[in-house]
Structures are given as C-alpha cells and as structure tokens.
Design a protein around this ligand. Structure first.
Ligand code: FES
Length: 326
C-alpha cells in the first residue's frame, strides 16, 4: 500500500466549531481520482488515523476538501487538526480515497439527510446528482444558520428548491419531522443519511418500510465517542482471548474474551469507521495480512474472506494471531 503525501493549501473557519481543509498533492502532481461519498484516512501523529469525507466535486484530482468538527470529547484527532495543522503542513494518507458510501447512480430519485458535520459526503453527492440530472433533495439539520457549514455553497450546489434547512436550536423536538419526511418512499428513491448516531438511528427507524437496499448511511465518530456509544455486547460463550498486531501502526494487543477487536482499536485511539456494530453494514472492513479468522459477519463475500475482516464482530480462530493492515 503506497502512502500519498498531501500539502495543506487552505484552511477556513466555517463555523465556530468546524474548519474546512483543502489538500493538494505535496509533489504538485495529480491526486488519485475518487467518487462521491469517498473518504480519506489521514495519518495524524504516530498512532492516530482519522477518516474524513471528501466534500468537493467528485473526480477533482487537483485537490481534496474536507471539513472537521472540533470534538470536545474526541480522541484528539479533531483537536490536532484544529490547533496544530497550518497551511503548508504536510500530512499523509495511507491509500487513495475509499468509498463505503457510494451513490446508487441507477436510482431515479435521491433523498439526502445530513446532520451537522455529516454534510461533507452529501455535499460531494450534490455535485454528482446535479451532473446526473436526476431528482434529488437534501434535508440539512443543524442547530442554527450560524452553525451550518457550507450554507451558501449548499444552496448553490443543490439549488434553492433542492435543499431544506432544519435548525432546531439544540432541541431535536424542534427539528426535522422524520416520520413525515420519510413516510412515503418515492418510486425508485434511495435515501442517504450521514450524521450523528441519534439521527441515523431515528432515520433508519422511520425508513424501515423502505425497500431493501435503498437506505444507505454512514457514521464517522471519534474513538472516545465510540466508546461511549458502544453498548453492544459482543462476547459469546466460549470465546477466547487472542493476539492482534496492527502492521501499519506498529501496535499489538490482546483482545480479551469479552471484548471485540473494534473496542480495543478505540481504546488504542485507532479509528475505523463503523455503523451497525453487528457485522452487516461493511463499514468496519479492515485488510487482513495473516491469521485465520472466525468470520461472524454477513457482509464479506467468500472471495473476500481471506483478505478482509469485519472488526466489530469477527475474531481469531483458536490459537491464531491476526495481523491487520492498519
Ligand atoms: S460496523 Fe457494520 S459491519 Fe462492522
């Protein structure tokens, strides 16, 4: 896996807590291309990796643009980005942008639902949807206009009729009426949700009657937030502790019988994306370098099982050590 060096070429304070970062290739060349919904994994310091969705026009190989929310209780990645990173600094991504939240470009209609910093991948989707000339609408939920990142750009990209802003003043009961918005699924309509866990869960509940495969969601969260919300008991009777080595990070640890790999990653401040924590959404897919896996997910194809692992649920086979590509 080849690393890509990026140079910070612009930083703008979008709201009191959100900064925009623009990166270009450090060597002045073209960056790898990417599609709407993609994210980059920035290496921060020696042991932190943070995933940030790309927000600019998909396929732009001149620059990558993202936005970062300062997370007061976060694991340090957002604080580092806000306080330590300046224009001209160089940062590294371990691989080209990855897309776990793609648009279904065959769909007739697209409904986008963004909460707070969750606007970033939806902004790039807006560019693409406009190019495709299909029916789309964005619901963008924030506390207030002042706390709405990219407000003017969103109006420009989606058009005045293509976006509805919902400002709740900090009280979700004053915000979007999800039951009403999601009650009727238009013919051929897909839903894309990105934002905090509460919004995703509520929207998924309200769209549970939508056709299979038409509701897509993505959650990015810091290590400490993950720890606070990790309520799923993953241990199963008879599970054994096992060793894990993270090849890129140079970290090794033991996963106790009653913990999952992802819980240990959070404890070590190693970020991976996640959503379902139950082995079916695919977000926590990690490369497997060696070791035999007890695969417990419903996401990976047979052909992927020698090379990947879903770290929210899967474990090592008895006596095996797993070496992961992170
Ligand atoms: S978080 Fe969904 S498969 Fe792991």
């Amino acid at each position: 896996m080849s690393q890509i060096k990026l140079k910070v070429t612009d930083i703008q304070q979008l709201t009191a807590q959100i900064k925009m970062f623009e990166f270009k290739s450090a060597d002045g060349g073209q960056l790898p291309t990417w599609a709407a919904g993609s994210h980059i994994d920035l290496q921060i310091g020696d042991h932190m990796r943070r995933s940030y969705s790309l927000a600019n026009k998909p396929g732009d190989t001149e620059r990558y643009v993202t936005a970062v929310l300062r997370e007061v209780d976060g694991g340090g990645g957002s604080k580092h980005m806000h306080d330590e990173v300046s224009i001209g600094d160089e940062l590294v991504i371990a691989e080209p942008p990855t897309n776990l939240f793609p648009l279904d470009e065959g769909a007739k209609r697209h409904l986008l639902l963004g909460g707070g910093i969750g606007i970033t991948p939806l902004r790039s989707m807006g560019y693409r949807l406009r190019e495709l000339g299909v029916d789309f609408h964005l619901h963008y939920c924030t506390k207030s206009k002042e706390e709405t990142a990219f407000y003017d750009e969103i109006v420009e990209i989606f058009g005045k009729d293509g976006v509805t802003f919902h400002h709740d003043g900090g009280d979700p009961s004053n915000g979007i009426k999800l039951k009403d918005v999601l009650e009727v699924q238009g013919e051929g309509q897909h839903l894309y949700i990105c934002g905090p866990g509460g919004l995703i869960n509520a929207a998924r509940d309200c769209s549970s009657h939508w056709l299979d495969g038409t509701v897509h969601f993505e959650l990015f969260s810091s290590a400490s937030t993950n720890q606070k919300t990790a309520e799923v008991e993953l241990s199963e009777e008879g599970d054994q502790p096992f060793e894990v080595e993270l090849k890129q990070s140079g970290i090794s640890f033991t996963v106790p019988a009653d913990k999952s790999i992802i819980e240990l990653l959070w404890a070590k401040n190693v970020d991976v994306m996640y959503a379902c924590e139950d082995g079916w959404c695919g977000n926590c897919k990690v490369g497997l370098i060696s070791g035999k896996v007890d695969h417990r997910d419903e996401f990976l194809d047979e052909s992927d099982r020698d090379n990947f692992i879903q770290v929210c649920v899967s474990r090592a086979m008895p006596g095996e050590k797993l070496v992961l590509d992170i």
